[in-house]
Ligand binder design. Sequence first.
Ligand code: NDP
Length: 255
Amino acid sequence: MSRLKNKTALVTGASRGIGRGIALRLAQDGAVVAVNYASNEAAAKETVSLIEEAGGRAFTVHARLGEPGAVEQLLAGVEAGLAERTGSGNLDILVNNAAATGFEGAGPSAVTEAIIDNCYTINAKAPFFLIQKALELIPDGGHIVNVSSGVTHSAFPIQIAYAMSKAALEQITLHMAPVLAARNITINTVAPGITDNGDPVFDDPAAVEQMSALSAFKRVGEVSEVADVVAFAASDDARWVTGSFIDATGGTLIG
Ligand code: NDP
């Protein structure tokens, strides 16, 4: 527990799934972690309890990204929570993990403007403005990680709206990198493949077999396997890596 000693982090969507895994890993590395959630307060509190039981420090912050004022609400909660615990509102690490997901079935002919708006609002617009405004709290040498998806590099027509919005998120990584480099802040994309986030679909052996076939390792990923990659990108070990797309798909994209 030392790589992130004296560091602080915000993980959006950290009540469940991959976000919880990232929060646990960053806290294990020593960071004080702000655990954001949209509606599931009990799950967010459970993330904090798991961190505390392991000897780490964390607190919850409610904000439904995409709603008016959510970014400001989130950052005010983060700044206050960090100040209370560390004496400063400095935020060393921002992980944009929360996302609108679950549009399987909405293939090109079924996509509506509402679906597109929802995907872009939560998956691209919210992270953009969160980065823009969080920069007031992020000191020089900080790290930003955007959690995208392998679906931007492999065709899944039933996820077209989601994929379009994740591609927009990746453009934030690319185009913000030179701007942030002036302050030695890195920004990178980590793209998971299919990862067991605790959704009931992962209890269905037939579905898991189908999903497993996509990875070179012929299995689905664990949240800890994505969290380990994010932890690297969020650490000073990655100080010479910026603007990059880090493939954490278990070889799904190698064909
Ligand atoms: P889950 O559906 O398991 O968890 C989503 C998390 O995001 C929850 O904590 C939820 O909070 C939060 N959330 C959802 N909407 C909002 C919002 N508007 N504002 C704030 N928080 C919100 O997601 P996963 O763990 O599966 O996915 C995490 C990331 O990984 C996403 O960016 C996803 O696109 C990406 N990804 C996931 C893959 C997978 O196979 N699991 C594959 C490729 C990419 P609450 O509990 O309060 O609802």
